[in-house]
Design a protein around this ligand. Structure first.
Ligand SMILES: *Cc1c(COP(=O)(O)O)cnc(C)c1O
Length: 236
């Protein structure tokens, strides 16, 4: 089933699940080994509720104020919240206190603050280190050459549970080029696992490069428009 603008969220979710299952089959991955993170930035609370009613539990948000408002409106729903936006070192507390996961750690200073600010009553904050695999095109993320050292340091922090690596590569349409970027992330993960770090997560793949990411071992794809349709314009 192909996603079109007129489909509602239940239909879109069903189509996305089918797309993930197909990619798992096509690339020899076990059924269910790729988790869906529904990226709900700029989408209404009602849209999140509609997805949640269809069994979607994990939602990704990029903006802190927006995420706080949504968490309050959805406090009754069993949602796993993932922060996938840019992290600023003076705004770590709402992430440490309000989220289950953070995917965008790219420096130790921020990781230390998140660890210190994680309330002791909560489980350690699940986190991924963001790696900039496509070079100068995107500024966010640690350089591949520095990723291992950052991962070793983050793994020591008591308030954090280092789960893996995340990347947001340059948007290209060529399948082989998409795969090459994701293969880099997987290689860094494999080297760290060989050193003894228990990393079970590769957060990679979005609406237009999901198949390449699954082919290279993604365990979590971050899909926004494929689940919710086009994002409303930012109003703030
Ligand atoms: C917005 C966003 C996504 C989702 O992008 P789509 O193209 O809508 O699927 C995934 N990851 C991050 C980090 C994002 O900011």
């Amino acid at each position: 089933m192909e996603a079109t603008a007129s489909m509602d969220i239940a239909d879109r979710l069903a189509a996305v699940r089918e797309r993930i299952a197909t990619a798992e089959r096509d690339y020899g991955r076990s059924p269910g080994s790729v988790q869906l993170l529904a990226v709900s930035k700029r989408q209404a609370v009602a849209a999140i509720r509609a997805a949640q009613a269809q069994g979607q539990q994990a939602f990704g948000e990029n903006y802190l104020q927006e995420a706080a408002d949504k968490r309050e409106a959805l406090a009754d729903a069993p949602i796993e919240w993932h922060f996938i936006g840019a992290l600023q070192s003076n705004k770590t507390r709402p992430v440490a206190e309000g989220f289950d996961w953070v995917h965008t750690i790219d420096r130790l200073k921020i990781a230390r603050r998140l660890s210190q600010q994680r309330p002791p009553a909560m489980p350690p904050l699940n986190c991924c280190i963001q790696v900039n695999v496509s070079g100068e095109a995107s500024k966010a993320g640690v350089e591949p050459a520095d990723a291992a050292e950052l991962a070793r340091s983050v793994a020591e922090l008591p308030g954090l549970a280092l789960r893996g690596l995340m990347t947001l590569p340059e948007a290209v349409m060529d399948f082989a080029a998409q795969r090459a970027a994701f293969a880099q992330l997987r290689a860094i993960q494999q080297a760290l696992i060989a050193e003894g770090l228990a990393l079970d997560t590769l957060s990679m793949g979005m609406s237009n490069d999901l198949e390449a990411a699954v082919a290279e071992g993604s365990t979590l794809v971050r899909l926004g428009t494929a689940v919710f349709g086009p994002r409303p314009e930012k109003t703030t």
